[in-house]
Write a protein that binds this ligand. Sequence first.
Ligand code: CA
Length: 225
Amino acid sequence: MATVLVVEDDEYVRSAMIQELGRRQHAVRSAGRALDALREITQNPPDAVILDLGLPDLDGSEALKMVRSVSSVPVIVATARDDEAEIVRLLEAGADDYLVKPFSGDHLNARLDAVLRRARAAGPPPVLRVGALAVDLNRREASLGGEPLALTRREFDLLAYLAARADRVVPRKELLTEVWQQSYGDDQTIDVHLSWLRRKLGESASAPRYLHTVRGVGVMLITPT
Ligand code: CA
């Protein structure tokens, strides 16, 4: 049994899926819009998400990207298009599996069981540790010397991204693409977040301990010696 979030705007399809999953003893929650799904995922993390790609408020791949920016929950995308290039793109963008509509209840459950099995076998992702800094990717919590840090979502994402690449310079462009999911933007966005993050880490740009700016290149999270 697992908690499954069904994201589907078509009421008929949604209730059919809820019924099918319920028959297998899964606890099912549902959302008809991407933004409601995101709120549900952050407030009440499910074990798996079935994500329809044709939602009224957000394009499917945008919705998937946003889910991935807040959670590592297994996601099965449901698409109406049996388009190989599109499916490959979605898998690369972080989908764990896909279903092409229309699909049967048995097919849905088989795919779901497979992603749940894989997720359970993989276990929770590790806690990243850099010096006295610990970043728990699963719980989205960070602490410094055992003291919890009160970070905003973006600050956490930035810290987690840098912690996974500690002691390497991460180009600003890469941060914009990967943390902000923007292909353009000005450096100020990054600088502002860095300065907030530094304050929370108890350091400053003039006397950095963990967060170092490499002028003209990027940012580096360093293991203090
Ligand atoms: Ca739809």
